[in-house]
Design a protein around this ligand. Structure first.
Ligand code: UD1
Ligand code: CA
Length: 461
């Protein structure tokens, strides 16, 4: 039977002990995406490749995540006895291919272009195995690439001599094999080493030893970091952050202090967006042309139109702000809220599941939950929708051109008709008809001479 051209096997079954975490290592997020997802994005861009992921430790969780990638095939490695054992566990899958690319699952910075170039070089050469290596000043626990005359082999740090440990070229954990050659040697790997594991790098030595051509290609260090510890994860995130921020500046986004800005992998920004220092943009956030985001703002799944102005310290989650809307400083716009064009959510305002109609203003100190505001509404300072009765949430509807007096409590469910007004300090428990004034407060009375009499009494008069 004719073989398929290329299989890609990602090894993600290891325990990841050095992370000291209950979360499987490959699911640790880098920025806001699991590191396995970062690698898969690069891998899935390879044309004509079939992709499988080895799962084992924390495998149920990893499989659940892989459901986001319907074309990716999970393969179980029930016992984790090392990287060569991992590859062996998937043999019945990869035997159907001409060539096999094997990747460590903890390589989140590897870019699609590097991978494509590496594969093309492997296919052009007549190597039985190609691998990516990189030069580093901090070779740490990486396997060392030992080059002797024509031969290339890898020595694991724990098995290396003092002299070998001084080598600064290391194995990145990215290999391409001709499948027929791999099949010949995979069963010959032994585990008589410092860790008692079956090492995939030993396959390289076995192939070299049997006369095959091995090609180790140098790759940029910034893409090849392998993540084993929390500190390495943070370092990789910092590098990815920088890559993303530079990319957006190239596309016309202005940043006063790019070093303090964090932008997730699924964010999209348009030209002439301005980001002030300490901004964080996550999830599927989108920001339209000319909008500006003030210092300390955190946006997650926020969709902002054109020329939106967020001043300092605005948090927006799962909400939409149309063109020319404004918010902040210090506003919290929560799930399923929508500010229409030119609407405002001002100082110390919290909105939840609230629709603010065109040009309506909620300027200060207000909570609006489960509310719908029409157009040209003004909400006075200190007003609150009392949307929760202790059991259920209820809706408040505020019509067009309403003027809600300061410190109005709207006890939901309640409707304020178009053009209605509420008196400051009112507790509104009944609907207010269109055009009416709703007053719901005790009438003030003044007691003449009260204070004078009190003072006289206290002075014993
Ligand atoms: C490995 C290489 C080392 C290289 C380094 C690059 C080996 C023996 N050593 O070391 O030469 O410099 O990567 O980062 O391969 N895994 C399984 N099943 C197992 C064991 C591991 O799926 O039984 C997976 C892990 O989940 C991980 C990957 O293989 O994604 C690499 O394993 P890891 O333990 O991180 O290897 P390193 O010690 O980093
Ligand atoms: Ca590793």
């Amino acid at each position: 039977m004719e073989k398929k051209p290329l299989g890609v096997l990602i090894m993600a079954a290891g325990k990841g002990t050095r992370m000291k975490s209950a979360l499987p290592k490959v699911l640790h997020p880098i920025l806001d995406r699991p590191m396995l997802g970062c690698l898969l994005q690069s891998v899935l861009s390879l044309e004509g490749a079939e992709v499988a992921v080895l799962v084992g430790s924390g495998g149920e969780e990893v499989c659940a995540y892989l459901e986001c990638f319907p074309t990716v095939h999970p393969i179980w490695q029930r016992e984790q006895l090392g990287t060569a054992h991992a590859v062996k566990s998937a043999q019945s899958w990869w035997e159907e291919f001409e060539n096999l690319l094997v990747l460590n699952g903890d390589l989140p910075l590897l870019q699609a272009s590097t991978l494509t170039h590496f594969l093309n070089e492997h296919l052009k050469s007549n190597s039985v195995c190609s691998l990516l290596s990189f030069q580093t000043e901090t070779p740490g626990s990486y396997g060392r690439v030992v080059r002797r005359q024509e031969s290339v082999s890898i020595v694991e740090y724990k098995d290396a001599t003092e002299e070998e440990r001084r080598i600064k070229e290391v194995n990145a954990g990215c290999y391409a094999f001709s499948v027929s050659s791999l099949t010949r040697v995979i069963d010959k790997v032994r585990n008589d080493n410092a860790q008692g594991e079956y090492y995939l790098p030993d396959v390289v030595a076995l192939l070299g030893g049997s006369g095959g051509c091995i090609q180790a290609t140098l790759a940029p260090e910034c893409e090849m970091l392998g993540i084993n510890t929390q500190a390495e994860l943070a370092e990789a995130a910092a590098r990815l952050r920088e890559r993303i921020v530079l990319g957006w500046m190239e596309r016309g986004v202005r940043m006063m202090d790019p070093a303090s800005v964090w932008i997730g992998l699924d964010v999209s920004l348009e030209q002439d967006v301005t980001l002030m220092p300490d901004v964080q943009l996550w999830g599927r956030t989108e920001v339209g042309v000319g909008s500006s985001i003030g210092s300390g703002c955190i946006l997650r799944n926020a969709v902002l139109g054109k020329n939106v102005r967020l001043s300092a310290y605005v948090v927006v989650e799962d909400s939409v702000l149309d063109d020319e809307a404004k918010a902040g400083p210090f506003a919290y716009i929560r799930e399923h809220s929508h500010l229409e064009r030119e609407a405002l959510a001002g100082k110390f305002v919290e909105l939840k599941k609230t629709h603010v109609g065109r040009s309506s203003k909620v300027p200060h100190l207000t909570y609006m939950g489960d509310a719908t505001l029409g157009e040209d509404v003004n909400i006075g300072a200190g007003s609150v929708t009392c949307n929760f009765d202790g059991r259920e949430k209820h809706a408040t509807k505020i019509g067009d051109r309403c003027f809600v007096g300061s410190d109005t409590m709207m006890v939901a469910p309640v409707v304020l008709g178009d053009d209605s007004v509420t008196a400051a300090g009112s507790v509104i428990t009944q609907d207010v008809p269109p055009g009416a004034l709703g007053v719901g407060r005790a009438r003030q009375r003044n007691i003449e001479g009260w204070s004078l009499r009190k003072n006289r009494k206290e002075q014993g008069g």
